[in-house]
Ligand binder design. Structure first.
Ligand code: 16G
Ligand code: ZN
Length: 537
């Protein structure tokens, strides 16, 4: 049974800050690092309870604030199969975090136990990692006290990317775990081994492409990509030439500063320190390496962004071609959010004839929807996404049968892709290899890839408002239902612009409201965004 005295004693080290109201949102808990100690201590407790509930399976805990400023941090929980925490438990997380006293904390714990019929005598196992933020070690110490308080067993993976933590949580639960060595090293090894081998298989004996610069946002992606590239080199030293820039994880203040996927996508410009020659290939990761966007500069100096929508189009297009060549009865669908560029949706629906669905922002919504297809391709425009192969699809791809050489080749490629894609969560490093392997197979330049459709000019602006909670949306966030009458005003504005589209939604991660607009010209689009922002303000 739980030891209330032990919990109280340890909890006393991490008193809840009275004035703060915490919410487990789309990205878990995320805010200034100094407000997070009590929260992270309690997340340790919750992970232990969840593990007991799920037959002692490992629950993952990632300490990161992704693309946020260096002073922020955050924490999120990962379910045994590597997916995001189940929704019901998000509300337990919020309740635990907001318990004002140690006694109230005990009460919440007891109520989670009784509501879920948790057997307190069961073993509890958790696995945790952090990104490179300076506040990480202190928060990990608080987490370890939480894990201790609930008498769980913890595996510390040290510094990892978010997708590595997701993958290794799955691995510990469902794959064979060798006994020797620390989990920290093992987690790197199984990850590099899996993805380097799958990449080798996916590229086959095709020609390599030109070098690629990868901006690692001065975060954890830098050392991990360096290692992964070395593993790839060992298998085939002439297939993937990457130059990592913004790889300084030691100097304070550099993480995500004027670089990284979010900076590039939002600003529609390259990282500040990067001077791109014409058609030099480049990509940017975010601070925990679960997002990636690609880009280049063309002859006339125009910056060309290949975002999540372009990655979805490239990968869905390649997969469906293989499926057709192999004559497999497998359906492929694409999941997007309201931020998907209108041209990408039109291209996927009209030219490639994919079923496309639109869901609210946040990985869990995309992930769940994608599970409805045999093969579900999901990417947010910001560069977060992956491809999910259902067990039906995997069975068909991996089954024997008499086939032509051409069909056999297509099947082999598909098999390689199922291994190359991190199916637990969107993964910048896995996505980088996925994109590179498709481009190698097709022998496409970035320019060729970019030409599959032309993005409509678009603009994203944030508006600081007194209370963002008053903004309520429906229709996958594309329509406002509150404040009353605002949507009608937006509609009227949008109607004045050719190919105009605009929507307003409260951010799930920042205290702002976001306005998105697109239209047929840059000027129109900027004007529309500006005017809609004016309505919101
Ligand atoms: C979080 C989400 C990301 C989403 C972003 C939107 C996860 C793991 N991450 O980072 O998918 O794009 O929030 O932020 O779900 P916003 O609500 O502030 O626009
Ligand atoms: Zn991230």
């Amino acid at each position: 049974t739980i030891d209330c005295d032990k919990i109280k004693e340890l909890s006393a080290k991490y008193p809840k800050l009275k004035e703060i109201n915490y919410t487990y949102g789309t990205a878990g808990f995320r805010m200034k690092a100094e407000y997070l100690e009590s929260v992270i201590f309690r997340v340790g407790i919750l992970a232990g309870l969840r593990s007991r509930k799920l037959d002692s399976k490992f629950i993952g805990i990632m300490v990161t604030a992704s693309h946020n400023p260096e002073a922020d941090n955050g924490v999120k929980l990962v379910d045994p199969s590597g997916e995001m925490l189940e929704q019901q438990w998000e509300s337990y997380a919020t309740q635990l975090a907001n318990a004002q006293s140690d006694d109230e904390l005990i009460n919440v714990i007891k109520s989670v136990i009784s509501q879920n019929g948790i057997d307190e005598s069961k073993k509890a196992s958790v696995v945790y990692a952090r990104d490179t933020r300076p506040s990480g070690p202190k928060l990990i110490a608080a987490l370890e006290d939480g894990i201790k308080a609930i008498s769980a067993v913890g595996e510390n993976l040290g510094i990892k990317t978010t997708p590595q933590l997701h993958y290794f949580t799955y691995y510990l639960n469902y794959c064979e775990k060798p006994t020797e060595g620390s989990c920290d090293e093992l987690a790197d090894k199984v990850y590099y081994e899996k993805f380097s081998k799958a990449f080798q298989k996916a590229v086959g004996d095709n020609q390599r492409l030109s070098d690629i610069y990868v901006d690692a946002a001065n975060g954890v992606g830098a050392p991990k990509l360096k290692d992964l590239a070395q593993w790839i080199d060992k298998l085939n030293d002439n297939i993937f030439k990457v130059t990592i820039i913004n790889d300084d994880t030691d100097t304070r203040g550099k993480l995500n500063f004027q670089c990284g996927a979010d900076y590039v996508k939002t600003g529609q410009k390259p990282p500040l320190a990067l001077n791109l020659a014409c058609e030099q290939r480049a990509a940017s990761l975010d601070g925990d390496a679960d997002r990636i966007v690609f880009y280049y500069v063309d002859e006339d100096g125009t910056f060309r962004l290949l975002d999540g929508d372009k990655i979805a189009a490239l990968s869905a297009g390649f997969i469906i071609e293989l499926v057709k060549t192999a004559c497999l009865d497998i359906s492929v669908g694409v999941v997007q959010t309201a931020y998907a560029n209108g041209s990408s949706t039109a291209y996927l629906e009209r030219e490639l004839a994919f079923p496309v669905s639109c869901v609210p922002t946040g990985v869990k919504h995309l992930h769940h929807k994608a599970q409805e297809y045999d093969v579900g391709v999901y990417f947010e425009a910001n560069g977060h996404g992956t491809v999910l192969f259902s067990s039906k699809a995997l069975d068909k791809i991996n089954s024997d049968g008499s086939r032509t050489t051409e069909q056999e080749k297509a099947i082999k490629k598909l098999q390689a892709l199922t291994e190359l894609i991190n199916q637990t969560v969107g993964d910048a490093l896995s996505d980088l290899l996925l994109v590179e392997s498709i481009l190698i197979n097709r022998q496409w330049t970035f320019k060729k890839w970019n030409s599959v459709y032309t993005d409509k000019p678009n603009r994203l602006v944030k508006v600081v408002v007194a209370d963002r909670q008053i903004f309520k949306t429906t229709n996958a966030e594309r329509t406002l239902v509150e404040p009353n009458g605002l949507q009608e005003k937006i509609d009227k504005l949008v109607a004045q612009y050719k190919d105009g589209r605009s929507f307003v939604r409260p951010s799930g991660t920042e205290d702002v409201v976001r306005v998105y607009a697109e239209a047929s010209t840059r000027e129109d689009c900027d004007q529309l965004a500006f005017k809609v922002a004016g309505l919101v303000y």
